[in-house]
Design a protein around this ligand. Structure first.
Ligand code: SF4
Length: 335
């Protein structure tokens, strides 16, 4: 398991610019909030190679609560303090964050925030945590349940202790006994859980998921360069995925093809980017990146992920070329 680094205690770096942690602004009224990179599961389809069985990561990160909330509030000011959704969606599982309840509370208390949502596989959810999160102001849980069959659920999570029965019980508890809305968001792994998807839809409808938002958000398994891919599984084409969703919509009379509008997401002014693509920049190297071969560099109030940076020394200042600028995330290569 890679070492856990605290931001900013171990790595003093801004919370804008790096995909692994901090705040991500993709130009809408939804802000992604990433307090942790840790995950208790090792799902065989994980697009971010998370969990104890990771092979590509070299560091995990935990962000200081106040530092994260300060950054979040600054970003909200730029975007306009109205109708903001704070979406806690990490490259791991948000429930590994030791201050998750305080984080939800701090986000919910921020002027302009109307929705606080969280994406989780639920392995760490307990009745007590759910109650605390409800009290703190959590509006919605996007809960990934990829199989109801016990054995298959364990196989997909690659975690022998993964207990789908407990998680479905918690899901039902959220839907029936709390004000938190529940959206069940299975990852469809073709040829492995095809038969589970209709059962999961039936389950979501039976327990009353989706009071304010849709009850289901079925996710297409995507193959990422640095993610995990189950042997022999080929990702579905978008055409086939949407065609299958359409058939299931007709069968179960439920909306499954979703758009940002279903969640009240609209375009909104972006935090300005201090870099352009191919620009040369001097960066201070402050720590390792989350993936092997990477370092973190700092310039102009942003964290840049330096790739091909094995030889770059932490503590040095180096020239880099910015090779990726997208959604306020920066990738750079040493010159
Ligand atoms: S898919 Fe989610 S829960 Fe599974 S290992 Fe990856 S980050 Fe963790």
């Amino acid at each position: 398991m890679p070492p856990i680094l605290k931001v900013p205690d171990d790595v003093e770096t801004p919370l804008l610019g790096c995909i692994a942690f901090g705040v991500i602004d993709r130009g809408t009224n939804l802000l992604q909030v990433r307090p942790t990179t840790l995950c208790p599961l090792s799902c065989i389809f994980c697009s971010v190679d998370s969990g104890p069985k990771t092979s590509r990561r070299q560091a995990e990160f935990l962000v200081d609560l106040n530092y994260l909330l300060e950054t979040f509030k600054e970003v909200v000011k730029v975007k306009g303090a109205h109708n903001i959704e704070a979406h806690i969606d990490t490259v791991g599982d948000p429930l590994t964050y030791p201050h998750i309840v305080d984080l939800v509370q701090g986000l919910a208390d921020t002027q302009g925030v109307e929705v606080v949502s969280m994406q989780t596989h639920g392995a760490l959810l307990t009745e007590r945590t759910v109650e605390e999160l409800e009290e703190a102001g959590l509006s919605r849980v996007n809960l990934s349940i990829d199989a109801l069959d016990e054995e298959l659920a364990r196989k997909l999570s690659d975690t022998p202790s993964y207990d789908i029965e407990r998680i479905t019980w918690i899901a039902e508890y959220i839907a029936k006994s709390t004000n938190i809305d529940l959206l069940i968001s299975p990852v469809w792994v073709p040829s492995l859980n095809d038969g589970e998807i209709p059962k999961i839809i039936e389950f979501a409808l039976k327990i009353g998921a989706g009071k304010r938002w849709p009850p289901l958000g079925i996710q297409k398994m995507e193959v990422h360069k640095y993610g995990r891919k189950p042997k022999g599984v080929k990702a579905m084409t978008w055409y086939r995925f949407y065609r299958s969703l359409k058939e299931l919509e007709a069968r179960f009379k439920v909306k499954l093809i979703l758009s940002p509008r279903d969640f009240g997401i609209h375009k909104r002014v972006k935090v300005p980017s201090p870099f352009r693509r191919f620009e040369k920049v001097r960066v201070r190297v402050v720590g390792p990146g989350w993936l092997k071969g990477e370092k973190l560099g700092v310039a102009k109030g942003r964290t840049l992920t330096l790739v091909d940076a094995d030889q770059v020394k932490i503590g040095s200042t180096v020239s880099v070329t910015v090779i990726g600028v997208k959604d306020g995330l920066y990738i750079a290569r040493p010159v």
